[in-house]
Write a protein that binds this ligand. Sequence first.
Ligand code: GDP
Ligand code: IMO
Ligand code: MG
Length: 422
Amino acid sequence: MSKVDVVLGTFFGDEGKGKIIDYLATKSDVAVRCSGGNNAGHTINVNGKKYAFHLIPSGILNSNTKAVIGNGVVIDPKVLIEEINELKANGISVENLYISTKAHIILPYHIMMDKLLEANRGSNKIGTTARGIGPAYCDKYERCGIRVEDFISPEFSKLARINIANKNKVFESYGYETLNADSVIQEYEEYARILKPYVVDTVNLLHDYLDEGKKILCEGAQATLLDIDFGTYPFVTSSNPTIGGICTGSGLGAKDIGEVYGVLKAYASKVGEGPFLTEQDNEIGDTIRELGHEYGTTTKRPRRCGWLDLVALKYVVRINGITGLAINHVDTIGKLPKIKVCVGYEHNGEVTTHYSTNLDYINECSPIYEEFDGNFGDISNVKSRNDLPENAKVYLNRIEEFVGVPVKFIGTGAGREEMIIC
Ligand code: GDP
Ligand code: IMO
Ligand code: MG
């Protein structure tokens, strides 16, 4: 049995990672978030109650699972405290929550900068979540970021004062309001006091867990086509939600990684701007959005919807070394009478199954579709792949055959139990 399993998003996020993690957490001792911040929104439905996680690993819902926020995450302390309080109010213990000393802190100037940069991009905007994610990662790489260990130390006020003075110069130059350093520091020192008890050296903690024979689950946020290196740049997030980000964002080594589950929907969705070749900006897309309740967990924006793109999925499988697929919303797509899947691109008169994130290339490609019969009927109570209706089997078999990776989980509804484990 592998020591570390990984759950990754395959396309543009919101594939239902939370639900798969929720199940796998019951088989794990530890759940770790490795990258991103509160741009993520992972929904889990338990007995009719909806939990939305942004920063805390959603594995914490399993009372025996330890939840670790790794060094690769950018943390908005205010949001984290809200999330802790909400869990406590719902009777969920946060005693098993651990925050890395090396994670970076999102401060108000990051959020202001995110909004300012988006406004300046005008029609070229990225459609960020406006949570300060990009600017916080910029500061990390610029080496002026404030890490959790600095945040909870007396050094914080000094570091924050320097940064606020520098950022204020930029805000001033754009005619924006500036920040009052004293009030920001006072407010955030209080947050630091609240979060300090959860802060530990998570690298040693995770390796000690491995030495004790504990099973670790790495909970991916965002997804491969949003990756800063492998996604549709610049319409991406500012971190590596792919397999490499799991190691750099946690301190875990590659040799301990076993299963890498790629989570996808039986169709495709996206929030924010950028290329989306199989998008159905028409009645079909509208129908999928309504059937799948495709509105963002974090920003409530309506998600752009379209057909599943197997050419892109093959690329995603290669990049991450995906060993198993988790296909959610099979119930949703099965409500349509006919389903299309992209199995090739036509580019300059030639057919290819090679994906590229080059924006010109994507714009020049047109998708080649195969059509499948839908009308799967109610599959919410089906517990074995063999018992699925023939049309659903044909659809899933084709996906599996195209990318050469077995389907391990089939989502048959939003509820915790509505899943086939293959
Ligand atoms: P994540 O960010 O990848 O964790 O996904 P989100 O939680 O943002 O979005 C996925 C949405 O789909 C949530 O509302 C889930 O409750 C819902 N969902 C997940 N799996 C299924 C499924 O198999 N069927 C249906 N109908 N809904 C699902
Ligand atoms: P989960 O973990 C969907 C998208 C934003 C925007 C782009 C950059 O729930 O799947 P950012 O605020 O990160 O600078 O925005 O990335 N984005 C997501 N879309 N699900 C997410 O997370 C996302 N995290 C970021 O919409 O297009
Ligand atoms: Mg989400």
